[in-house]
Design a protein around this ligand. Structure first.
Ligand code: HAM
Length: 423
């Protein structure tokens, strides 16, 4: 019998989970500070939800099966369609809606560096605003999260616009736009010969020249060049110019226009973006864009939308490389050791727990020195020692394990004293 863990799935023990939880907490606090509210959605959905508009590639990657009721269902490979469905159905929602979520996501991909079969994916989306301010706001949220995680200057936010690329392709001739997008999306990941062939099949006359052209990236100058070469892109170039200026106003510097960004999912309309590490070592840290037609397609009112998803896998690789991944260590703040007086020890532990400390209590019933040795081995910084004498006096002994010193304190003063000593 094989009961081993499946490939591409991870287990986290408390030390590891503590670091990851801190990263998620930064994401959560940043999203809240941008006025986004947290939501949660089902992990299992009908496969049809993703057939509508996510695109073939993602449906092929689903962990799907037929349930006992004969329904074709799947573990969610992304969150966006479920969000669009709820916005379509809940017509009472006040727009614009700003939502974030940190679900687990499953994709049957070949596990490799930064690519897993189960991962967490932070999502943030705005529904009900077609304005460029909404585009800027979600991209700024993504950049602010990366900044707060210690990655300022370590990433590049690459931005493009599908309508702009479509206008370019149409100026080139009778091009199969979807096929060309799929090939462009694979640049850097698929074989170059294959990409060239695909571009030719899509109707691009000179793929070499085209590849050279879309490899250009930079600021306003790149937009000027695009507009000069392909005049029909003008309105979209204008929009991108405004977007870049807005991101400047937020105080960010890591954004560039990059024509090779088209994104793999089928539903995107307009602006699309991905963040990559500045050294170009890993796959995308995050990706997103505008998807203005999905809510209507699901039976809702015409509701433009923009958002992004950021997995924890590439983010972790990059944070580790830059030395900013949080320390992987879980420890209680305090160990309550007791020599007899069990009820008093319980009272002290509960008081500290309710004051917000992480408190472990002795479960062994062994002697005090063994309890102290246990706390020391676990690396717990403080031990509170109580016995019959302390109970009678209403005090506790607080021992600082690193310094090896201890003081007797009235129980009521213990939380404040501890708070002052903990980092
Ligand atoms: P996506 O580009 O498919 O977009 O995924 C977004 C991010 O999820 C990727 O940049 C990466 O961080 C992470 N990711 C994707 N696949 C894997 C994998 N196999 N292993 C580890 N991480 C992975 C979406 O999912 C869109 N729904 C995002 C979105 C939200 N667009 C608008 N709103």
């Amino acid at each position: 019998m094989d009961i081993s863990r499946l490939k591409g799935f991870r287990e986290f023990l408390p030390d590891e989970m503590e670091a990851r939880r801190r990263v998620f907490e930064v994401m959560r606090q940043t999203a809240l500070s941008f006025g986004f509210g947290e939501v949660d959605m089902p992990s299992l959905e009908r496969l049809d939800l993703f057939r509508v508009k996510s695109g073939e590639e993602i449906v092929e990657q689903t962990f799907s099966f037929v349930d006992k009721g004969g329904r074709e269902v799947t573990l969610i490979p992304e969150l966006t369609p479920a969000l669009a469905r709820i916005v379509a159905h809940r017509k009472d929602l006040q727009k614009p809606v700003r939502w974030f979520s940190i679900p687990k996501i499953w994709r049957y991909e070949e596990p490799q560096s930064g690519r897993l079969r189960e991962f967490y994916q932070f999502n943030a989306d705005i529904f009900g605003s077609s304005s460029i301010y909404a585009d800027a706001e979600v991209i700024a949220l993504a950049m602010e999260i990366l900044h707060r995680l210690g990655l300022a200057g370590k990433f590049q936010m690459r931005i493009s616009d599908r309508y702009m690329m479509e206008a370019i392709l149409r100026e080139l001739g009778d091009v199969d736009v979807d096929r060309a997008f799929r090939a462009i999306d694979k640049i850097g990941r698929a074989d170059e010969g294959w990409i060239q062939n695909e571009l030719i099949s899509a109707g691009i006359p000179d793929p070499d020249e085209f590849m050279g052209f879309i490899s250009s990236h930079g600021g306003q100058d790149v937009l000027d060049d695009i507009e000069a070469a392909y005049p029909s892109t003008r309105p979209r170039c204008e929009r991108l110019r405004d977007l870049m200026s807005l991101l400047d106003a937020y105080g960010f510097r890591e954004h560039v226009v990059d024509l090779s960004i088209v994104r793999g999912l089928a539903y995107y309309t307009g602006v699309v973006f991905e963040a990559h590490d500045a050294k170009g070592e890993f796959r995308a840290i995050l990706g997103g864009g505008r998807y203005d037609t999905v809510v209507k397609l699901f039976g809702g009112e015409d509701t433009p939308a923009v958002g992004f998803g950021m997995g924890d896998a590439v983010l972790e690789l990059l944070m580790r490389r830059e030395g900013v991944w949080p320390e992987e260590r879980f420890s209680p703040d305090v160990f309550v050791a007791s020599a007899g007086a069990r009820e008093y020890a319980i009272e002290v532990a509960m008081k500290l727990r309710r004051e917000g400390f992480r408190v472990e209590m002795d479960l062994s019933g062994k002697g005090l020195s063994k309890q102290l040795r246990y706390a020391s081995r676990r690396g717990i910084p403080f031990v509170v020692i109580v016995g019959d004498r302390e109970m009678e006096k209403g005090v506790a002994v607080l021992r600082d394990m690193a310094a090896g010193t201890q003081v007797e304190v009235p129980l009521k003063d213990l939380p404040a004293l501890l708070r002052g000593r903990l980092p």
